[in-house]
Design a protein around this ligand. Sequence first.
Ligand SMILES: Cc1cc2nc3c(=O)[nH]c(=O)nc-3n(C[C@H](O)[C@H](O)[C@H](O)COP(=O)(O)OP(=O)(O)OC[C@H]3O[C@@H](n4cnc5c(N)ncnc54)[C@H](O)[C@@H]3O)c2cc1C
Length: 278
Amino acid sequence: LTAAIYLGRYRRRVLLLDAGKSRAMQIPESHNHPGFAGITGKELLEKLRRQAERYGATLRPGEVIQLSKLSQCFVGTTNGATVHAMRVLLATGITDQVPDVAGIDEAVKQGTIRYCPVCDGYEAMDQTIGVYGTYPDALEKARFLRTYSQNVTILPLEPPDDRSAAIEAGITIAAAAPFEFKTSSKGIAVTLSTGETLAFDALYPTLGCRVHSALAQRLGARCTDLGLLVVDDHQQTTVEGLYAAGDVVSDLHQLCVGESHAAIAATAIHNALPPVFR
Ligand SMILES: Cc1cc2nc3c(=O)[nH]c(=O)nc-3n(C[C@H](O)[C@H](O)[C@H](O)COP(=O)(O)OP(=O)(O)OC[C@H]3O[C@@H](n4cnc5c(N)ncnc54)[C@H](O)[C@@H]3O)c2cc1C
């Protein structure tokens, strides 16, 4: 949407095809987006949509299931239509791996389950926090969360061999793996395989994610080991004319990061295309 705003203002014809599953829709209220004391993800998306349309962008629901490259342009196939474009910007994001918790959507809405301490660690100030996942990643997230709370407990999938780094950082490690999660308006209760139950105000899963880079990979674009698209200073992938922005590029999953990528990519795309003199 940010790239569509920029490209519309550069007087380019823009088509935005969106499968409609933005992670931003899950944001209960963001407090770290500059300029907004607090804004829900849905509200922000709506503002961006309206702004993109004001500058002439066409927004269409639909999933691109195939992308190919001809000599002069790209061809995108959706269910039912074929689209040609001189340049393509992928902002296809990621999907979080989620824990097996009944009522998880409601828990995310209430802030009981959170994915990203960079986004909302501040709001967990002095709360009792659980971090659930594979040990090295959980340790990294737990250390970050110590900025905000003295009560951080790792709930590891497998017990770690070496606990020294956690002990040094003042982080507790649960005695056994979690067996069951129960959310309520007050927080989340985690029952361990030993039968012991621990109560948390907030739980941060660290179970990884699926990166939506397959369309680009099929065109030969290079990826990191995590599946993130490799881009140059102009957000261009290793496929000429194919650009990428946001979570599909960076594991600093932040609105501002994606928006900055989009501004850079849109400007590079405009400068690379034949001019539109008035
Ligand atoms: C619970 C939660 C809270 C968060 N809080 C914050 C916060 O406070 N501050 C902050 O900065 N960030 C926050 N984030 C992170 C933020 O939402 C993401 O970093 C941001 O949405 C990434 O933007 P994106 O455009 O890369 O991907 P997304 O916003 O996820 O959008 C990707 C879009 O591409 C579409 N798509 C994928 N594949 C295709 C295809 N083949 N064809 C067509 N469309 C496709 C998807 O359906 C989706 O609509 C939060 C995330 C979550 C889940």
